[in-house]
Design a binder for this molecule. Structure first.
Ligand SMILES: Cc1ncc(COP(=O)(O)O)c(C=O)c1O
Length: 413
């Protein structure tokens, strides 16, 4: 059922060699480079098996026990298991596991709580807010009146006083906390307090840290937020997709906001794969993984900082860090180009000060491969050598290939 099994069984190759080559090519790319993109991970073969299963064929509009299609009795069980596991894993009264993506989850949260034109307070995009937090290029910026809070220029930490002041001035209908690049734990109790003071809903967009929350390596937003939106494919290591957690009183509104308001038929193969991932995430092995993800990110931050890169907030509590490579005489964009050529795959990101772009790195995928702090130090040293032009490009690429080869994401494939 796994990808290579399908390929090796020649099913796809016989029928469509062009696509078979692409699937294998991507497997090779992922296995021979270092995935430092903070939003990515390697799902387990079990999760991939669920994704590639006949559940992909099933139409299932509605919710278990109340579908608009016949023949849902088996996929209903899959969704019930996914919901029960998500509720148990995160201690939530209600879980909706149908959101097709993190953005769809945020859209549904807004649909459940807001009306077009409402004022929403969220982290501004230049400071690490997501597109769905008010970008003019996104539905959020078009349909709602977003006010952006920021981070302190010197520390890179969320400017809590500004959050409170903006909330008092603008009296938003909702406050969103969550980011694509914030390396520290979010103070959910603070956001709850401000939301209560101004009568706003609190929406936690925990797309990034939710896997750490599952593994007990980050504080949970569930006790504080009215609605928690998340992705299932980052540290959580599930299939690409979204999820919403909330209290019982909002359950019906959230469910209706997902289907029928913003989505049609649920993707049952994804939901089964989410259930598999939730099962994996409830084990002690996953908790150990989550702790290692953070330890690895801390080591990467410490070593890159020691080499002269500016580390936003001075370090990290999570799986991600953002750095300014300017001290090495290179800007974020060209740094990414050089690192990519060497096989270190990562993103650029906004920095708390000025307009220059920095680099965002994450350790979720490397840690899934079994790498630890020693490998992080090795990667940091290579990273710095590449940016300082101290190592021949071909040699750096070979070193990456050799390291990745010792930690195959899918051993035996
Ligand atoms: C904070 C935050 N919200 C929402 C999303 C959207 O997730 P998706 O790409 O699955 O739509 C992301 C994705 O990185 C994110 O980081």
């Amino acid at each position: 059922m796994a990808v290579t099994h399908t390929l090796e069984a020649d099913v796809l190759r016989r029928q469509d060699p062009e696509l078979a080559d692409i699937l294998l090519g991507e497997l090779t790319r992922q296995s021979t480079t270092l995935q430092l993109i903070a939003a990515e991970n390697f799902t387990s073969p079990a999760v991939l098996a669920a994704l590639g299963s006949p559940l992909a064929n099933k139409y299932a509009e509605g919710y278990p026990g109340a579908r608009y299609h016949g023949g849902c009795e088996i996929v209903d069980v899959a969704e019930r298991i996914a919901v029960d596991r998500a509720k148990a894993l995160f201690g939530a009264e209600h879980a909706n596991v149908q959101s097709h993506s993190g953005s769809s989850a945020v859209l549904a949260a807004y649909a459940a709580l807001l009306r077009p034109g409402d004022t929403v307070l969220a982290l501004g995009l230049p400071y690490g807010g997501h597109l769905t937090h008010g970008s003019p290029a996104n539905f959020s910026g078009r349909w709602f009146d977003f006010i952006g809070y920021g981070v302190e220029a010197d520390s890179g930490l969320i400017d809590h006083e500004q959050v409170r002041a903006l909330a008092r001035t603008h009296r938003p209908k909702a406050i969103v906390c969550g980011s694509i690049a914030y390396p520290r734990h979010i103070d959910y109790a603070f956001f709850r307090e401000v939301a209560d003071e101004v009568g706003a809903y609190l929406i936690a967009d925990a797309a990034h840290p939710i896997g750490l929350v599952a593994g007990g390596a980050a504080p949970s937003p569930v006790p504080y937020a009215d609605v928690v939106c998340a992705t299932t494919h980052k540290v959580l290591r599930g299939p690409r997709g979204g999820m919403i957690l909330c209290g019982s009183e909002l359950a019906e509104r959230v469910d209706r906001a997902v289907f029928p308001f913003t989505q049609g038929g649920a993707q049952m193969h994804s939901i089964a794969a989410k259930a598999v991932a939730f099962g994996e995430a409830s084990t002690e092995a996953f908790a150990a993984y989550a702790r290692q993800v953070v330890a690895n990110a801390r080591r990467l931050a410490a070593d890159l900082g020691a080499a002269g890169l500016a580390i936003t907030t001075g370090g990290t509590d999570t799986h991600l860090l953002t750095v300014d490579p300017a001290a090495l005489g290179v800007d974020g964009r060209s740094a990414r180009g050089r690192l990519t050529a060497a096989g270190m795959i990562l993103d650029t990101c906004a920095l708390p000060h000025g307009d220059a772009r920095g680099l965002r790195l994450g350790t979720a995928a490397l840690t899934t491969q079994g790498m630890g702090e020693a490998e992080m130090s090795y990667i940091a040293a290579l990273f710095v050598s590449v940016l300082r032009d101290e190592v021949d490009g071909r040699k750096a690429r070979e070193e990456v290939r050799e390291l990745a080869g010792r930690f195959p994401p899918y051993p035996g494939w």
